[in-house]
Structure formats: structure tokens, C-alpha cells
Design a protein around this ligand. Structure first.
Ligand SMILES: O=C([C@H](O)CO)[C@H](O)[C@H](O)COP(=O)(O)O
Length: 211
């Protein structure tokens, strides 16, 4: 039987209070709660601790986007309560390996974020060889704002990589079916959920779209 696709809620806000409110609304319908990079820069890793304490049953992802000192940055995030941390695919192999070594020691995991990587399929394979749990086929908010942006490039890269992957780049209930069809294990949604009038209903709709 195929493993059901997971949903990751990317909480790109600047306050822990807002993140806790969003997490409570979406929690019944999502598997992974992501503390967005702007939130961690604004509130620090205390935000991770607060969300983990409120949702001990959820996978908590700290979107550190680590570029150097992989072991050190992963260590402080795991100590704060994260289950997964992100390291950039543009980082040196030793940075990814350092974070993986720390994750293994903690019984936790590393996700390699392929934002800004030219050959995402190739780097995805290398990242998984280095021990990443999965990679994120990712187009960031700035790339999404460019004219003509579509998810297609991410889906093609995911299909050809042949390793476990998530897709992040403006995923919504309209596009989630395509993400599933491409073979992704995880659909990441930020704006489509937190900009909705009713976050809980939007998350429920997204879950239905990938069921
Ligand atoms: O990682 C993200 C971005 O770099 C800002 O932190 C987003 O969380 C990710 O792109 C998912 O959000 P949406 O694109 O709004 O779905």
C-alpha cells in the first residue's frame, strides 16, 4: 500500500503568538509544522520550543536554511525541540554531512532545501547519499513573484531525481494533485493556508486534494 502523502504547513510569520494560532487551526489536517525562516530570525529557537510544546504529536521542522556550521546549527535546533532541520543544497557537502551526523545522534532528520540550485535532480541524489531524509524541491517567495512562474520545473526535477522529496513553491489545493502525481512524499503549503480566511478549512481542503 502506498504511504499517504504528508502535508507540511509553512508558517511564515514574525511572531510566536501568530504561529501558535495558525498551528492550532491547521493541526487536525497537517503532519508537519514548519517554523519559517523569517519566524526563527524574528523570535529565535524559542518559537520552535513553544510550537513543539503545544503540538508534541506533530513533526516540527525548523527551516534554518543552514549554509555553514551544519552540525552546530542542527544541534541547537534539535535541543530546542525540532524533529527536522533544513540545510541548503548550495552548501558544501561537509555542511550537509555535519548536520546529518548531529541528526543521527539525536534520532532526528535533515531536509536539504534545493532553493537556488540549478540542477535540482542531481543535487537531490547527492543530498540523499549524504544522509538527508528527503529534499525540498523549492522555489522561494521571490522566485514565485516573478512573471511566468509555475511549479512545473520543480515537479519535473522531483520526478527525475528518484529520491524522497517535498515540493514548496506556492502549493495550494488546486496544484496539490499535480504534486502528488509527480510522486512527492510531502506537499508544503504556506501562503495558501495562512492567507485563507479559515485556515482549518483550507488545510482540510488541501488534505482532501492529496488523499
Ligand atoms: O520556505 C519558504 C520561503 O523560503 C520563506 O521562508 C516558504 O515557507 C515556502 O516557500 C512555502 O511557502 P509558500 O510558497 O507560501 O507555499
Amino acid at each position: 500500500m502506498q504511504t499517504p502523502m504528508k502535508i507540511q504547513f509553512a508558517m511564515d510569520t514574525l511572531t510566536t503568538a501568530q504561529a501558535l494560532e495558525w498551528a492550532a487551526a491547521a493541526a487536525p489536517h497537517v503532519d508537519i509544522l514548519e517554523l519559517g525562516t523569517p519566524l526563527i530570525k524574528s523570535e529565535g529557537l524559542a518559537a520552535v520550543t513553544a510550537v513543539k510544546a503545544a503540538h508534541p504529536d506533530k513533526i516540527i521542522l525548523a527551516d534554518l536554511k543552514t549554509m555553514d556550521a551544519g552540525g552546530l546549527e542542527a544541534e541547537i535546533a534539535f535541543d530546542a525541540g525540532a524533529d527536522l532541520v533544513t540545510v541548503l543544497g548550495t552548501a558544501d557537502d561537509s555542511t550537509i554531512a555535519g548536520a546529518v551526523e548531529t541528526a543521527t545522534r539525536h534520532g532526528k532528520g535533515v531536509v536539504v532545501d534545493l532553493i537556488g540550485v540549478e540542477d535540482k535532480a542531481l543535487r537531490a541524489q547527492q543530498a540523499v547519499e549524504l544522509g538527508a531524509e528527503f529534499v525540498e524541491m523549492h522555489a522561494g517567495l521571490d522566485e514565485q513573484a516573478q512573471e511566468g512562474y509555475s511549479l512545473d520545473g520543480l515537479l519535473t526535477a522531483g520526478r527525475s531525481a528518484g529520491v524522497p522529496f517535498s515540493v514548496a513553491g506556492g502549493v495550494s489545493s488546486t496544484t496539490a494533485g499535480d504534486v502528488k502525481a509527480a510522486g512527492a512524499q510531502i506537499a508544503v503549503a504556506g501562503g495558501a493556508l495562512y492567507s485563507a480566511e479559515d485556515i482549518g478549512s483550507a488545510a482540510e481542503e488541501l488534505r482532501a486534494a492529496v488523499a
